[in-house]
Write a protein that binds this ligand. Structure first.
Ligand SMILES: NC(=O)c1ccc[n+]([C@@H]2O[C@H](COP(=O)([O-])OP(=O)(O)OC[C@H]3O[C@@H](n4cnc5c(N)ncnc54)[C@H](O)[C@@H]3O)[C@@H](O)[C@H]2O)c1
Length: 334
């Protein structure tokens, strides 16, 4: 039987990774699409894949699935057209930069009967899945309070950041939409959707951009309070989540590849080490999970509904930072 055909639209930093990692599953026939001819030639030479310069023309030649890896302002219109062309869609985070077209995207999914997943890659980390499963079992009682402390030196990981979508909030730039959104989305998968957020942010350090590189958020998720702090200039690349319940706490240290529990009466943390593998490993797992979903298996990826909620969180955080007031963000799509 022929392997499903997959079109990767946008073959920049993450698009190339999707192309390579989907190829490594051995389960797809991939085609690369990008508006930049030099990049397309590189994809053809490196991965021996067919290429397409025009995404709309490419969609007309019928792909089983499309991975959308362009800047976030293009995600929704591209996803709507891909669904209309009959393709399943995996779309990069954040889902969008505004709510424009979101209702139409939900309708396009209903009409097409196709699958849509959003590439919030933390969903495929075994470490996080284990910790979330433990929390959902409720051994320590409901989570009452959560913290996320996160930071990395973004210019080290993305030297060209100031020449990309990152430099402009309208294309998905800044710490809130680009970086914090990963933690927000995963935290909401544990605590449920945030009802409201209070946000402070600033551009403090990164050269050659004006968007915020530092953000502090206080959010409410039903009865639970959360706080998230992130910067994009600190030297250590570290992310720590902590979920506190009346009878114990759960801590996740992504950088140490471990999660732990501290039960009522315990003297210390009990740690579980779960290696995450190479840099590409989660993206190969994500590609496998998407293909499994297309074959009818239950989704292990972020749903369109959850990503729409996280988009509302992003927009509420931006609005709160601008006004200084707490802003509501519960999703109508949840
Ligand atoms: N999940 C992750 O870990 C992760 C990491 C990086 C980026 N991202 C997300 O992925 C998206 C892309 O980020 P990136 O870093 O790869 O950006 P990038 O700038 O490196 O690549 C974007 C590519 O899209 C192409 N493009 C733009 N408009 C196009 C069009 N109309 N038709 C075809 N190609 C077009 C550009 O030529 C470019 O090559 C963003 O939403 C970003 O937030 C996710």
């Amino acid at each position: 039987m022929a392997k499903p055909s997959l079109l990767v639209i946008g073959c920049g930093s993450i698009g190339e990774r999707h192309l390579r990692c989907s190829q490594q599953t051995g389960r797809v026939q991939a085609t690369a699409c990008d508006a930049n001819p030099a990049l397309l030639q590189k994809m053809a030479d490196t991965y021996q894949v067919p290429v397409a310069a025009d995404w709309q023309a490419a969609l007309r030649s019928k792909f089983d699935a499309v991975v959308i890896c362009t800047p976030a302002n293009l995600h929704v219109p591209m996803a709507i057209q891909a669904l209309a062309a009959g393709s399943h869609v995996l779309v990069e985070k954040p889902l969008a930069c505004t709510l424009a077209g979101l209702d139409e995207l939900f309708r396009a999914r209903e009409r097409s009967g196709r699958q849509v997943a959003v590439a919030y890659v933390l969903h495929v980390y075994t470490l996080l899945a284990e910790a979330r499963e433990f929390l959902r079992r409720g051994e320590f009682g409901p989570v009452r309070q959560a913290t996320v402390v996160s930071g990395q030196c973004f210019p080290f990981f993305r030297p060209a950041y100031a020449q990309t979508y990152y430099r402009d909030r309208r294309t998905g730039g800044g710490a809130i939409q680009d970086a914090l959104t990963h933690s927000v989305n995963w935290m909401e998968s544990v605590l449920g959707p945030a009802d409201s957020v209070l946000c402070d942010c600033a551009h403090l350090v990164l050269p050659n951009v004006e968007v915020e590189d530092t953000v502090h958020v206080s959010s409410r998720h039903g009865a639970a309070l959360a706080t998230l702090a992130l910067n994009q200039f600190q030297q250590p690349n570290e992310t720590t989540f902590q979920f506190n319940s009346a009878r114990g706490s759960v801590k996740i240290e992504l950088h140490q590849q471990r999660w732990g529990t501290f039960a009522e009466g315990a003297k210390d943390w009990t740690w579980h080490h779960v290696p995450a593998g190479e840099r590409d490993t989660p993206f190969i797992v994500q590609a496998q999970a998407f293909l499994d979903q297309l074959e009818g298996q239950p989704s292990r990826l972020c749903s369109l509904e959850a990503a729409a909620q996280t988009l509302r969180f992003n927009l509420a955080a931006l609005a709160s930072a601008a006004s200084g007031a707490r802003v509501a963000c519960a999703s109508v799509h949840a």
